[in-house]
Design a binder for this molecule. Structure first.
Ligand code: COA
Ligand code: AMP
Length: 622
């Protein structure tokens, strides 16, 4: 039996033995006597500190001089590097600052920051105190930040004066002020990192200057927490306008992420590991911050884009300059590079001989992009599939165990720990080649979400009730006859825009709030670079006579203002009617098929079949 098959079998047949062994990769204050609790939670009687495992233990083991963090920032023309000892010092003092502000174990801290080292430092400082961080992505609008502040109820907010996009400086402070005006919850303090690119007026009595406050703080030691205590909450899009607060615990997370570095990514301590994502997304949490540091690697924090900062060779420059061994990004980034540099001229300018693997995730990897990247780089390109909820890959080619032959279009096979099934509507396993709902048989492995923050009922309703005994991923797909998994796309109203997960439901809520809109639908349509982009269809209130282009501009501006630029909402079409079932449900699935030029059958439940050609016509206009 091969390495992969053996590891997979062991992980599903004897999960406790498997994960007890993996848990030895972590330093425990109290080693867990129980591996899997009755309630499905891992290491329930273990105690540890995640920050200790990410920093202190490496310094104690003599790795203090090794680089821990490389900040590369083409948008500012700057950046800096921090060794493990330097990062530990900054994290301990930032934790001291938070402690002085009254933050203790179990308190929440919202982090709304660009891609600067202080964002990573802030996360680790919270972990050091046993406080729960909630990072909000910078591309969201004030209202989205307000919703998260109200749900997380932070004692302190950590933010910066600005983020820097290639085309503009994004002043964060006015966004933060607007969010806190809209939010019902009042944090006691906001600590603002003032960047030279943009000043920020501090609000008297509420705001503190980051540099000055940290400078005056004494370092704080690690606080021992239960393995099941929360490490962070990360909000992600569900099918409604209210985001889901995915909760991550300390023990299972540390064990799983540490294990994944060696076994999924094949990365060893001392190597340079680069996840080109943002700390506001789960990829950033897991593979910019926690996993590389838990494993003793050097992580790269890149403040730039794959193209335009300044050219499509930006990624290759970073790989060559720092000796990146493992690069992890989203297919959309590769498509953006390919579009600007189809023959890979920019890659040829750099010595990429140190690169060993390119890992891609965040959306389906189309075979064209797979082949282009594999031919260009001459290293294995590994598609792997996961979600905010799971925290680490569910399916991948586990190159640290055994590299299986790749099949373009498939993220290979389930990773050890994930008992993946493809189920039909009745809950039976689909035969190979037949598409169904992709689920994971319980228990989920360590590192996966134990619940939704302050919403156990929504957790059960969203993930556990559809197929009892299984976790519903929300993705559709199939296995082939050899056990390779194919993940084809969401079966709900979540879309994936440039690797960013967004809810069409939340955009519909915004459009429906416009005074002239009677009803609306937002669907994701295929896009050459971003994978999908949202397009809105609006029916006007009766008697309302509006110039469609003017209304489109208003709706686009409204989504940008309420959700943020990251939604990339640029098209809204006025239509006379929407296709609906006789019970009044909008046929979004059929609309998606029409938009993507897929063959579709007219549903038997449709109220009026003539609405379909009408909507097809409107889509051509969009
Ligand atoms: N703060 C403020 N604004 C932000 C932002 C941030 N952190 N991130 C993105 N935005 C804004 C952008 O400026 C842009 O605004 P615009 O409408 O004024 O141009 C908008 O949000 C959309 O941004 P983006 O999704 O980055 O699209 P783009 O067209 O600027 O670039 C790509 C396209 C493909 C190059 C880019 O999406 C990309 O690098 N994707 C990789 C995605 C990724 O790493 N995903 C993580 C999962 S692994
Ligand atoms: P997020 O929670 O933002 O990481 O988004 C998770 C969703 O992205 C998944 O549910 C999938 O729909 C999609 N996704 C991520 N990686 C892949 C992949 N390798 N193949 C197909 N879909 C993917």
């Amino acid at each position: 039996m091969s390495g992969y098959d053996e590891a997979y079998r062991r992980s599903t047949r004897h999960p406790e033995e498997f994960w007890a062994e993996a848990a030895r990769g972590i330093d425990w204050d109290v080693a867990p006597a129980t591996v899997l609790g009755q309630d499905g939670r891992w290491f329930p009687d273990g105690r540890l500190n995640t920050c200790h495992n990410a920093l202190d233990r490496h310094v104690a083991a003599g790795r203090g001089g090794q680089l821990a963090l490389i900040h590369d920032s083409p948008v500012t023309g700057g950046g800096r590097v921090l060794s493990y000892a330097e990062l530990l010092d900054e994290v301990a003092r930032t934790a001291g600052m938070l402690r002085d502000l009254g933050v203790g174990a179990g308190d929440t801290v919202v982090i709304y920051m660009p891609m600067v080292p202080e964002a990573v430092i802030a996360m680790l400082a919270c972990a050091r105190l046993g406080a729960v961080h909630s990072v909000v992505f910078g591309g969201f609008a004030a209202r989205e930040l307000a919703v998260r502040v109200d749900h997380a109820r932070p004692k302190v907010v950590l933010s910066a004066s600005c983020g820097i996009e290639p085309s503009r400086v994004v002043a964060y402070k006015p966004l933060l002020d607007a969010a806190l005006e809209q939010a019902a919850h009042r944090p006691e303090r906001c600590v603002i990192l003032r960047r030279p690119q943009c000043p920020a007026e501090l609000t008297e009595g509420r705001d503190l200057d980051w540099a000055a406050t940290v400078r005056d703080a004494a370092p704080a030691p690690c606080v021992s927490v239960a393995a099941t205590d929360p490490l962070y909450v990360l909000y992600t899009s569900g099918t409604t306008g209210s985001p889901k607060g995915v909760l991550r615990d300390n023990g299972g997370h540390a064990v799983a992420l540490h294990w994944s570095m060696a076994h999924v990514y094949g990365a060893a301590p001392g190597e340079v590991f680069w996840a080109a994502s943002d700390v506001g997304w789960v990829v950033g949490h897991s593979y910019i911050v926690y996993a590389p540091l838990l494993a003793g690697c050097t992580t790269v924090l890149y403040e730039g884009k794959p193209v335009g900062t300044p050219d499509p060779g930006a990624y290759w420059r970073v790989v060559a300059t720092y000796g990146v061994r493992t690069l992890f990004t989203a297919p959309t980034a590769i498509r953006a590079i390919k579009k600007e540099d189809p023959s890979g001229e920019f890659a040829k300018k750099w010595d990429l001989s140190g690169l060993r693997h390119l890992f891609l995730a965040g959306e389906r990897l189309d075979p064209d992009t797979y082949h282009w990247a594999a031919d260009l780089l001459g290293v294995p390109v590994v598609d792997h599939w996961w979600q905010t909820e799971t925290g680490w890959p569910i399916a991948a080619n586990c190159v640290g165990i055994e590299t299986l032959p790749a099949r373009p279009g498939s993220p290979t096979k389930p990773v050890p720990g994930w008992d993946v099934h493809v189920l039909d509507a009745a809950g039976n396993d689909c035969p190979p080649g037949v598409e169904g709902s992709v689920t994971v048989k319980l228990p989920l492995p360590p590192g996966a979400l134990p619940t939704l923050y302050r919403d156990e009922a929504r957790f059960r309703a969203s993930y556990l009730e559809r197929h009892p005994g299984h976790y519903l991923t929300g993705d559709g797909g199939h296995f082939d006859a050899d056990g390779y998994l194919y993940v084809m796309g969401r079966i709900d109203d979540v879309i994936n825009v440039a690797g960013h997960r967004l809810s069409t439901g939340s955009m519909e809520e915004v459009l429906a709030g416009h005074p002239d809109v009677a009803e609306c639908a937002v669907i994701g349509v295929a896009d050459e670079v971003k994978g999908q982009v949202p397009v809105g269809f609006a029916v006007l209130k009766s008697g309302c006579d509006r110039d469609p282009e003017e209304l489109e501009r208003e709706l686009v501006a409204l989504v940008r203002e309420r959700i943020g630029p990251v939604a990339a909402f640029r098209r809204a079409v006025v239509v006379a009617r929407l296709p609906k079932t006789r019970s009044g449900k909008i046929l979004r699935g059929t609309m998606r098929d029409i938009a993507d030029d897929r063959p579709y059958a007219t549903p038997s439940t449709i109220e009026d079949p003539t609405t379909l050609p009408e909507i097809a016509e409107a889509m051509k206009r969009a």
